[in-house]
Write a protein that binds this ligand. Sequence first.
Ligand code: SAH
Length: 355
Amino acid sequence: MDNKENNIKFNPDVIDIKSMYFDELSKYLEEKGLPLFRAKQLFGWMHEKFTGSVDDMTNLPKSMRELINDEGFMTVSEETRQVSKKDGTIKFLFKLYDGQMVETVFMRYSYGNSICISSQAGCRMGCEFCASTIGGLIRNLSASEMLEQVYAAMRLTGERISNIVIMGTGEPLDNYDNVLRFIRIITDERGYNLSMRNITMSTCGIVPRIYDLAKEKLSITLAISLHAPNDEKRRKLMPIAKKYSISEILDACKNYFELTGRRISFEYSLVKGENDSREDALELSKLLKGINSHVNLIPVNSIEERDFKKGDDKSIQNFKLVLEKNSINVTIRKSVGSDIDAACGQLRRKYSVNV
Ligand code: SAH
């Protein structure tokens, strides 16, 4: 284990070097009198080798290392972790420079390792069944704090990551600029060079931002947290549904598909007695008919603070069957780490004051 992880030196008033695009970094170093090859070296140390400590960047001159340390080299430190005995899933709780905590989940699948990162400390979307939103939004995460969740997980496990889902705490489209910066840096061929296709961003459906995202023409997968087959039911679960209707979301999704060619994923958390009846499944089928999409059914994770329960396996299977009969692509999300399945946001709540 790299115990340098525990020593975060970051001053928010200075420049955040790790959040810079390559061109910005080159320009910045050029202004400090450093040649282009230094930018290439530093970008490589940060984003290709995901080095956690400036002292390890051995081929950089000492004065340059001091400059980077002074200017703000963002890292995160591991506060605690939970490890699944069943499948090795690791839930990290990372501490940020200002003491905020974020959850990051590292999952091993047959096709490679996947990581679920947080995009905000807290969330202001207020979804009824979600633990991450209970204390409201504390602050946005910077691109470097999102990158560091990925890099620190790789440093700490010694394993590479091939898939990223932006599905942890926070609403990514409520932190649009930083999330896009994160995506562009982690896919930069001079850095980690991850394929855009291996990134999924999940949103509760902030319609204008979905149009903006489509215009960026990134080939990431967009996942929409739908959770209900009509507006009335959706409004009961998700306050954002009072602002944007399902039909407005679906129009934005069609536009996203037209501009990017990427099939949309819909997430549907099944809550017993709320949205999991046969009628709900039929209504959902009708709603999604003809849309190039995939539905992920997620049995809701109960959280202490709310009274939502998941249905039994049979009702979940029946829901899936109705969709299948109506030619909707559907899977039940494979549950990993079920022995550490405290719902998203619960670990963070346990360790933080006032959230
Ligand atoms: N804000 C984004 C991403 C974070 S939540 C969004 O809304 O999509 C990631 C997914 O987990 C969302 O689909 C969310 O609705 C779902 N989720 C949150 N709490 C849950 C719980 N207790 N059980 C099941 N799914 C949950």
